[in-house]
Design a protein around this ligand. Structure first.
Ligand code: SF4
Ligand code: SF4
Length: 434
C-alpha cells in the first residue's frame, strides 16, 4: 500500500471515530437521519392517503420512466439541440451551452454582472457544477431560500448534509437561540413561530429585493422548452417571479422529450421521497404582455429575463467513451437511494462528499476530483448490496459502478489494509479467516 493510501486510510478511520462520539453534531444528525429513513420508507407508505403506496406508484411508472430516460440518453445530442432551439426561438430564453463546468461558471459570473447578492434554491446540481464554489470565491453573498438551507447557513454548518432535509438535525431550542444571536429576535420555541418569523421578515425581502435568482431544474422538456420546478415552500415560485433575472443552471441530462414526461419526473421525485410538491412551476419564458396595442413587451410582473445555462462537462464524454458511470446520466436526481443504502445508514455523513450524502454525491466527487477523493469520501464503505439498484426508479446500479471504482482504487494502492489482508489470505491460504 502506498504512503498516500495509508494516509487516506487513517483519515477515514479518524472520521469513523468522530462519528461514534456522543453529543457531536455528526452523531446527532446521523441518528436523526436513520429515523428519517424509516419514516420515509415505511410510515408514510400509507394507502389511507393515496390509493397506492409510494413504492407501488414508482413501480407503476417505472418502465415508462426508464424508457423516457433511455430515449434521451441514447439521443442526447438531438434532444439538446432541439431543446435549445425551442427555448431560444419560441420562449425568449437566453440559452448557453457550456462544454465544461468552468465555462458554465464564467458564463454565470458574466450574467451576474455587478450584483453582489444572489438568491437561490433547488440547487444541488448548481453545487455539482461548481457555481457555489465560484460565488464563495468571489465573495458574492448567497441567500438561501429553502428553510433547511437557511438553517444550515444560520448555523454555519459545514459538514455534508442530507440533500432532502439539510437542517433537520438542529433542535428547536438551538434554532431559537441562534436566531436571537444572529438577528436579535427571539421567536417562541415552536416550529410555527420559527416559520412565522421567516414568513414575516424574509418573505418581504424575497418579494421586494431580488435582482438575480438562481435555481436548477427538476426537468426540462425538449418539445416545449419548458423548465419544470417542484417545491413545497413556495420560495421557488416567489423567487422565479419576483426577480429581474432568473438564471437556471443544470446538466443536459435533465432534458426529457415532452412536458408530460417532465411532470412525470417531478411527480416521481415527489412520491419517492414522500415530499409534497405543493407547487409545480412550468416556466416557458420570461413574463410578458401584449396588452398595449398587441405589442409584446417582456417583464410585466414576473422575471424580465430567464437565462438557461445547460452544462455538458462529463456527460457527452461518458456516453461517447462508454465510461463506467455512463448509466448515471439516467439519474433523475431524486437522491432517495440514500434511504436504502447500507453504507449511508451505517456511516451517515462520512459516506458523503462536498456534494452531499450517499453514493450519488461520492460518485460526483469521483467524476470531478478522481480516485483519491472518492476513497476519502468512504468508497470502501459501500457493501455492494445493490439496494440502491433495486430501489432506484430508473434502475441505476450505483453498487456496480462503485465496485468498478474500487477495483481501480485497489490497483492504485488505495485499498484499506484490512481488506488487503483478506485478499492476501484468500490468495495464499484459500481461506480469508486463517
Ligand atoms: S441513482 Fe436513482 S435513486 Fe439515486 S438519485 Fe439517481 S434516480 Fe434517484
Ligand atoms: S451497493 Fe453500495 S451504494 Fe448501493 S445501497 Fe449498497 S452500500 Fe449503498
Amino acid at each position: 500500500m502506498s504512503d498516500k493510501g495509508k494516509g487516506i486510510y487513517e483519515e477515514v478511520k479518524s472520521k469513523v471515530n468522530k462519528l461514534k462520539e456522543e453529543g457531536g453534531l455528526e452523531r446527532e444528525y446521523w441518528d436523526f437521519w436513520k429515523l428519517g429513513c424509516l419514516i420515509k420508507t415505511k410510515v408514510h407508505d400509507s394507502r389511507t392517503i393515496y390509493y397506492d403506496t409510494s413504492r407501488e406508484f414508482v413501480e407503476r411508472y417505472n418502465e415508462q420512466l426508464i424508457a423516457i430516460r433511455e430515449e434521451v440518453v441514447e439521443n442526447l445530442d438531438y434532444y439538446v439541440e432541439r431543446c435549445i432551439n425551442v427555448m431560444r426561438k419560441a420562449n425568449n430564453f437566453k440559452v448557453y451551452y457550456a462544454k465544461t463546468n468552468e465555462e458554465a461558471q464564467n458564463i454565470f459570473m458574466d450574467e451576474l454582472g455587478d450584483n453582489k447578492v444572489i438568491y437561490k434554491s433547488k440547487s444541488n446540481e448548481v453545487k455539482d457544477i461548481g457555481i457555489t464554489d465560484i460565488l464563495e470565491k468571489k465573495n458574492i453573498t448567497i441567500k438561501e431560500t429553502d428553510l433547511g438551507d437557511i438553517l444550515v447557513q444560520l448555523f454555519d454548518y459545514k459538514l455534508p448534509s442530507w440533500q432532502i432535509g439539510p437542517g433537520a438535525h438542529f433542535s428547536i431550542d438551538d434554532i431559537v437561540a441562534r436566531i436571537k444571536e444572529v438577528h436579535g429576535v427571539e421567536p417562541e420555541p415552536t416550529p410555527n413561530s420559527i416559520v412565522d418569523y421567516y414568513r414575516r421578515t424574509y418573505r418581504k425581502e424575497l418579494l421586494n429585493d431580488v435582482k438575480v435568482s438562481l435555481t436548477s431544474a427538476n426537468a426540462i422538456s425538449a418539445e416545449e422548452g419548458t423548465i419544470v420546478l417542484g417545491e413545497n415552500e413556495g420560495n421557488i415560485s416567489l423567487l422565479t417571479r419576483a426577480t429581474d433575472k432568473h438564471i437556471v443552471v443544470c446538466g443536459i441530462q435533465k432534458i426529457v422529450p415532452t412536458i408530460l414526461d417532465a411532470v412525470l419526473v417531478a411527480k416521481i421525485q415527489s412520491r419517492i421521497n414522500n415530499v409534497p410538491f405543493n407547487y409545480i412551476s412550468l416556466i416557458s419564458g420570461p413574463s410578458s404582455t401584449s396588452d398595449i396595442r398587441g405589442i409584446n413587451v417582456l417583464g410585466m410582473y414576473g422575471a424580465k429575463e430567464v437565462v438557461v445555462i445547460l452544462v455538458d462537462d462529463w456527460r457527452i464524454k461518458a456516453l461517447k467513451e462508454d465510461l463506467i458511470y455512463k448509466d448515471y446520466l439516467k439519474c433523475i436526481g431524486c437522491r432517495s437511494c440514500n434511504f436504502v443504502c447500507t453504507a449511508a445508514r451505517a456511516f451517515g455523513n462520512i459516506f458523503a462528499s462536498k456534494y452531499g450524502w450517499g453514493a450519488t454525491a461520492i460518485l460526483t466527487d469521483y467524476i470531478h476530483n478522481g480516485i483519491e477523493a472518492i476513497t476519502k469520501d468512504g468508497l470502501f464503505f459501500c457493501t455492494n448490496c445493490e439496494n440502491c439498484y433495486h430501489w432506484c426508479p430508473v434502475s441505476i446500479n450505483l453498487g456496480e459502478i462503485l465496485k468498478s471504482i474500487k477495483k481501480e482504487a485497489t490497483k492504485a494502492g488505495l485499498c484499506p489494509p484490512p481488506l488487503r489482508d483478506y485478499q492476501q489470505k484468500i490468495l495464499k491460504e484459500k481461506n480469508p479467516f486463517k
